[in-house]
Design a protein around this ligand. Structure first.
Ligand SMILES: Cc1cc2nc3c(=O)[nH]c(=O)nc-3n(C[C@H](O)[C@H](O)[C@H](O)COP(=O)(O)OP(=O)(O)OC[C@H]3O[C@@H](n4cnc5c(N)ncnc54)[C@H](O)[C@@H]3O)c2cc1C
Length: 313
């Protein structure tokens, strides 16, 4: 790993102002960032890494009226085990419990999870060997290369990677809001960046907390090749919100999580075996799988059906 300056931030605004000046990145648990620096996967190397870990008061989990408020530095393990999260937004607790391994969940934060870079194997090859679309290049090797884990909903601005965060579909289904040092962004918009950025954060912007509206009921399901530790091949979250409406989101199927309005429409009259199956069909109707990943369509369809059935009374 190359040398970089390590700076301990005392507030999110201080961190934001340092990275806003350029050539600096923020680090929370470091479980994603340090690997990318070690492997030199990015075309540019930061001069300074701004460590957020010691910022006071940014790791809490509390209730604020109809919302659960989770500090960006809350560890995935703490979110997974929180009684408050389990009682009010269990899909998120389950998503955090299913992410990575116990060690990573005790180091990795929810802010880092939503901001993590994509796990596409072309993007992650050390030493910038594939200068792909996500690194600012002009091509995506997955279009014609081995694309078995890639998008089944087409490209996002030329990139066919699939989103790798387990928390993302849960936050989208629950209607969460990501709060930064500059603004509040609905989770549904937060991940809709472009083929180069993994989220809509601008230069000099740091995630400070995530607000999750309390849901009547919610559920999360994940399909991965290994049960112990593995990124999702696909995952799905569904939530019955406080007003009774149902939201469904898929992950691992496109560079950003995909909310499925057509699946939601199938369960407006209630959730049962038949409507959940129709919702699964509706969720994948627009899929455009690549040469090696048609199998993911059936997985996505089944995940939507099973996740919705968990919401049935
Ligand atoms: C072996 C392995 C298996 C994994 N499996 C899974 C899995 O199954 N499911 C899953 O969802 N994830 C998985 N992960 C990813 C893991 O969950 C993330 O590495 C972790 O959540 C990142 O959190 P962190 O605090 O360590 O972030 P860091 O590594 O510190 O940061 C990650 C990125 O987010 C940025 N960042 C961090 N915090 C903020 C903030 N507050 N505001 C703005 N930007 C910020 C950093 O600049 C960096 O780009 C796995 C990781 C590994 C190494």
């Amino acid at each position: 790993m190359r040398h970089f300056k390590h700076m301990q931030a005392s507030s999110a605004n201080e961190a934001a102002s340092v990275i806003g000046k350029g050539n600096a990145l923020v680090m929370a648990g470091g479980t994603d960032l340090l690997g990318t620096l070690k492997d030199e996967i990015l075309p540019t190397y930061p001069e300074t890494v701004v460590d957020l870990k010691a910022i006071p008061g940014m790791d809490g989990i509390s209730e604020d009226g109809d919302d659960v408020v989770i500090g960006a530095l809350a560890k995935l393990a703490d979110v997974a085990e929180s009684e408050t999260v389990r009682a009010n937004c269990s899909a998120l607790a389950e998503a955090c419990a299913r992410a990575a391994s116990p060690t990573i969940r005790h180091m990795g934060t929810i802010g880092g999870n939503v901001c993590q870079m994509h796990r596409c194997w072309y993007f992650r090859v050390p030493d910038d060997r594939f200068h792909c679309r996500r690194k600012g290049g002009d091509y995506c090797p997955a279009r014609i290369g081995d694309n078995r884990y890639h998008s089944i909903f087409g490209d996002q601005d030329g990139c066919f990677a699939s989103s790798s965060h387990d928390t993302a579909p849960a936050l989208v289904a629950l209607g969460a809001v990501v709060k930064t040092t500059k603004r509040e962004v609905p989770a549904e918009e937060f991940f809709k960046a472009n083929g180069v950025r993994s989220n809509v954060l601008e230069d000099g912007e740091v995630v400070t907390e995530i607000r999750v509206p309390k849901a009547q009921k919610s559920a999360f399901q994940k399909f991965a090749l290994r049960k112990s530790i593995d990124f999702p091949v696909a995952n799905c979250a569904a939530a019955r919100l406080a007003d009774g409406s149902v939201r469904v989101a898929l992950g691992g199927v496109y560079p950003a999580p995909v909310r499925s309005a057509s699946a939601e429409a199938e369960v407006v009259g209630g959730i049962g075996e038949s409507s959940a199956a129709k919702a699964g069909d509706a969720a994948v109707v627009d899929c455009r799988p690549l040469s090696n990943n048609e199998y993911k369509v059936e997985i996505a369809r089944t995940l939507v059906k099973r996740t919705l059935l968990e919401l049935a009374d």
